[in-house]
Write a protein that binds this ligand. Sequence first.
Ligand code: COA
Length: 337
Amino acid sequence: MNREYNAKISGIGSCVPDHIITNHDLEQLVDTNDEWIQSRTGIRERRKADSTQATSDLATEAAKIALRSAGISPEDLDAIVVATTTPDMAFPSTACIVQKNIGAHHAFAYDVSAACAGFLFALSNATQHIQSGMCRHVLLIGADKMSHITDFQDRNTCVLFGDGAGAIVLSNSDDGEGVIQTELGSDGRHGDILSVPAGGTRQPLTAETLPLRKHYIDMNGSEVFKMAVRAMENSARLLLEKTGYHIDQIDWLVPHQANKRIIDTLGKKMGLPNERVFINLQHYGNMSAASIPVALDEAYRSHLLKPDQLILMVAFGGGLTWGSSLLRWTMKSQNNE
Ligand SMILES: CC(C)(COP(=O)(O)OP(=O)(O)OC[C@H]1O[C@@H](n2cnc3c(N)ncnc32)[C@H](O)[C@@H]1OP(=O)(O)O)[C@@H](O)C(=O)NCCC(=O)NCCS
């Protein structure tokens, strides 16, 4: 690698709300059942923030843990990038709110919007801030309060999503360790298969449009399923080809956690055994931009990720957006964290 600096993960943390919504709880709201949800999605429960908790609150908690694990202070941060589709408000950005909450007065801060693939889009930005020499430490957060845009009267979608936040600190490394490469893609032509149609400038939320429930997630599940598998497989294969790695060299696939069947199909197509695919969606459902950093954090804290291992992350989301990223893990497990 010919770069003067590279970006490596030096700290990680996550935060999910305490309140658990089980499949049985959802049986009380819509015509569904635990057996259907588990067999079609793999999800058993998800977390739901209460009405006082905004996306930035979850993001702030995850950020504090990540900073502690990196052993740096908020003042050391040069930038904060938050991937979210459920910001606290139109502006200030959620990243600026987190900046204020943690006291990172030397950082610039902004949000990235790429739905469930947002964390990898933000990772690409943050990596380049470091590789260019512009930043030494970047706080990167994926945070979403999906319950805010979930219609709890729609059984097609309400069983799938959950709330949470995951954060990493990316720091410069002069020995080339860390993020190897990230590959991103989008296709706006299929944006309508997964969207929140109202509440923006196209269809403002009014007393008339509110009962139409268009300010919630609208999804063509089977189309999304097919496109997700195809896009993630293509992205991961392209990344491996460009970087010269073979799938057999991958220690862990940490995919976006939307549906266990999507992940199993992807793993099978890529030729990866189940033991090298990390899945935690049974506890959280799809937390959109938070799903990959929360999964990374759990895998790390469960002592599954070891220094020098090769980690492949892949994601897919509304937009459509997708991406994959390859990194060499550098953090040692800490028993006392
Ligand atoms: C949504 C999803 C779980 C549906 O699973 P599926 O196997 O494709 O199921 P189908 O779409 O064929 O629906 C089968 C039936 O189950 C019904 N159904 C849908 N949700 C249900 C629920 N929660 N409980 C019970 N039945 C349900 C449907 O209405 C349909 O009934 P019908 O045949 O009478 O019309 C699946 O398509 C999926 O996960 N898609 C991707 C979604 C996603 O990941 N989105 C985010 C991407 S970032």
